[in-house]
Ligand binder design. Sequence first.
Ligand SMILES: C[S@@+](CC[C@H](N)C(=O)[O-])C[C@H]1O[C@@H](n2cnc3c(N)ncnc32)[C@H](O)[C@@H]1O
Length: 201
Amino acid sequence: MDPIELYRHSSVNETGPAGDRKMTTSQQVDHTIFGGTAAENYERYFVPVIPAPLAANLIETAVPRPGEHVLDVACGTGVLTRLAAQRVSTAGRVVGVDLTRGMLDVARSIPAPPGASIEWREGNAEGLPLPDESFDLVLCHLGLMFVTDRSAAVREMRRVLSCGGRAARPARTAGRSCRATCSPNGRIMWITAGSSTTSLW
Ligand SMILES: C[S@@+](CC[C@H](N)C(=O)[O-])C[C@H]1O[C@@H](n2cnc3c(N)ncnc32)[C@H](O)[C@@H]1O
């Protein structure tokens, strides 16, 4: 099975947080053929091929700075979260939120890099379990497309961003990333890598 197929199947049979949601499809897959849980297989086989190189690209666009507070929404097994922790250093704060407990279990099992310690939180992007205006940078990597109510998730990302804070996500074009800045009037401007600027909120 190729890595993309593997990820598609790895969404099957994972229990959501706090028992509030269960991802299911009609297709049941026996993950034992890969020798691990769906989340373990995601980390082992899929992350090195697709998320890791894309996360490296996104972190270059987002530019987390030492001391900043960074949130990674739909963090999965934490490939991007760990990069952010290294960038903000011990003076910063990094939180990774994900809906799926199994993904967070794998994230917690991976040795932390030098830098900020990471808080792994179970939660839904549509209702982030975090206070208003508490982050300088919000990241969302290969996550928004899986969220049912994406508008609610984007509103939540805006809510937890501090005034002047930034948000970043991959662009639709493969291998590119977008950074956004939240202005004092509450609008967020997506800045597509290198060129045009569009207002999202
Ligand atoms: C393709 S993985 C990406 C994980 C990680 N960001 C990465 O780059 O490897 C998608 C993740 O979105 C999470 N997810 C899906 N819906 C979510 C929601 N409503 N709230 C939070 N996380 C969600 C899944 O549990 C899964 O870990």
